[in-house]
Design a protein around this ligand. Sequence first.
Ligand code: HEC
Length: 140
Amino acid sequence: MSGAKKKRRRMVILLAAIGLIAVGAIYADLEIGYYTPENLGKVAQPAPPNLAPDGNYAVAAYPLYKPQLAPGEGEQDAAAYCNTCHTPSYITMQPPLPAAAWEAEVNKMGKAFGAQFPTDVQQRIIKYLQTHYTPETRKR
Ligand code: HEC
């Protein structure tokens, strides 16, 4: 056999192989997701998990952070009224503030943010904050 003939034969074999692979790939692609009565059930589905009828699950209590307001007259008012829009721990989160700053703070909650306190409650809360949360009086 001459060299040119050999080369041509190799070329034909190579092209035939590529053609076969291409046809196989197209055929495999057509088969994807193609269900007929014959191949139904051939794709194994994962078995549903066996749920234990006597399963015992424990869930811990949801952690609720309860701010420790200093005990004293007005504590209940602060705990109730200052809890409407945000946690009353906003009080304990502050550094010790001068008495005038606390008064301004409570007034600001009303004027700027629309908090509504009965006048006597507002005075009690201001007094309470000034009694327990100034640099001179704050204990913790
Ligand atoms: C009507 C809603 C409302 C009420 C009621 C309220 N606050 Fe506020 N408070 C806000 C808003 C809004 C902010 C600013 C936004 C934020 O930080 O969440 C704020 C922020 C604060 C801050 C952080 C410093 C500042 O000025 O932003 C403090 C301290 C505070 N409030 C204290 C109080 C106290 C004490 C009371 C009870 C007398 C109170 N709040 C009641 C709405 C309210």
